[in-house]
Design a protein around this ligand. Structure first.
Ligand code: DO4
Ligand code: MG
Length: 287
C-alpha cells in the first residue's frame, strides 16, 4: 500500500482504491504495524472517486512524504560508490578512507536533511553554484519509526557535489547538505515485508527530452543489512517522529558526467514507484 502526502491531505492507495486518512502525518506514520493500522482504517475512511484520486495525485499536488522526520544517509554501501569515491578523491589523498569504511564494522552515516530541505516528486532539486561536478544518487530509503522498526520505504535522491567532496573529504557536509539537495517520494510504500534483494533500482537522466544516462541494478548488491544500518543510526540518537535513512547509492554516472540546469532525473524502485525531479539553481543564490 502507498501513502501519499498531498496539499489536499493524506491519501492511502490500497487495492486500487484511494482513501482519505485524516490525521497529522507524524502521528499517523510513527507506529508499530503501520500496515495493519492502515488496513484497519480502510473500513471507515472516506473513499475517493477515480477522478478525485487523479486530482489528489496531480504532480503539483503531491508533497514529499515527510513532516518532522530527519533524513539521514548511509555511504559507501555499494562497491560502485566505493570505487567512484576512491577515483574522485585520488588527488586529495583521501581514497583509502572509502576503502576502509566499506570494510569496517561501523558504517558511514551522515545527517542529510531537515524536512524543509527535501523536495518531493515533480519538484526541483538544486545543484550548488560553486560546484562543477554534480550527480544524483538513487537510493532506496527506509522509513523507520521512533522505536527503530522499519515500517516503509521510499525512493530517495541524495544529490551530491563530486567536485567538493573530491577536493577534501572534510567538505562532505557541503557536498551533501544544501537547499533541496534531497528528494524523497513519490510516496511512502508501507509494507511489513522486507524489500528483497531482487528489487530493481533504475536511474534515467534526460536532457532536452533525450535520455543521456540510463542504468539499473538491484538491492542485492548492498554490502550491509538494513537492520545493521538502523542499529548504528539508533544506537545514540532518538527520533521522536521516526526518520528516513537513505541506504547509499548503487549507480554512479561515468566520471565525465555532470548534471545541468533543466535535466530531468527519474529514479524508479520496484513496488514503490518513480521519483522525478528537475535540476535547478537556487534562485535566491544565483550569482
Ligand atoms: O562517502 C561519501 C558519501 C557516500 C554516499 O553518499 C553514498 O555512497 O551514497
Ligand atoms: Mg549517497
Amino acid at each position: 500500500m502507498k501513502l501519499y502526502n498531498t496539499i489536499k491531505g493524506i491519501l492511502l492507495d490500497y487495492n486500487e482504491t484511494a482513501f482519505v486518512i485524516d490525521q497529522p502525518w507524524d502521528v499517523l506514520v510513527n507506529r508499530n504495524d503501520l500496515e495493519g493500522y492502515l488496513i484497519s482504517k480502510t473500513k471507515t475512511a472516506k473513499q475517493l472517486t477515480g477522478a478525485e484520486k487523479l486530482e489528489w495525485l496531480a504532480i503539483d499536488t503531491i508533497l514529499p512524504p515527510i513532516s518532522r522526520q530527519e533524513v539521514w544517509a548511509a555511504g559507501v554501501t555499494y562497491l560502485k560508490s566505493r570505487d567512484a569515491r576512491m577515483e574522485e578523491s585520488q588527488s586529495s589523498g583521501a581514497a583509502s578512507l572509502y576503502d576502509k569504511v566499506y570494510d569496517a564494522a561501523r558504517p558511514e552515516l551522515f545527517f542529510k536533511a531537515a524536512a524543509s530541505r527535501v523536495a518531493g516528486h515533480g519538484q526541483q532539486v538544486y545543484i550548488r553554484k560553486d560546484s562543477a561536478w554534480n550527480v544524483p544518487e538513487p537510493e532506496l530509503t527506509l522509513f523507520i519509526n521512533s522505536k527503530g522498526s522499519i515500517q516503509g520505504y521510499s525512493v530517495g535522491n541524495d544529490m551530491s557535489s563530486r567536485s567538493i567532496e573530491g577536493e577534501n573529504a572534510l567538505y562532505l557536509p557541503q557536498a551533501k547538505i544544501y537547499e533541496k539537495s534531497a528528494a524523497i517520494g513519490p510516496c511512502l510504500y508501507v509494507s511489513s515485508a522486507h524489500i528483497g534483494g531482487e528489487t530493481a533500482i533504475k536511474l534515467n537522466i534526460k536532457r532536452n527530452g533525450a535520455v543521456i544516462y540510463n542504468d539499473a541494478t538491484t538491492v542485492s548488491r548492498i554490502k550491509r543489512s538494513f537492520d545493521e544500518l538502523v542499529s548504528y543510526l539508533y544506537s545514540e540518537c532518538d527520533f521522536s517522529y521516526g526518520c528516513y535513512l537513505m541506504t547509499g547509492t548503487c549507480l554512479v554516472p561515468p566520471g565525465e558526467f555532470t548534471l545541468q540546469v533543466g535535466d530531468e532525473v527519474e529514479i524508479s524502485i520496484d513496488k514503490i514507484g518513480t521519483l522525478v525531479n528537475t535540476i535547478a539553481l537556487n534562485p535566491k543564490h544565483k550569482p
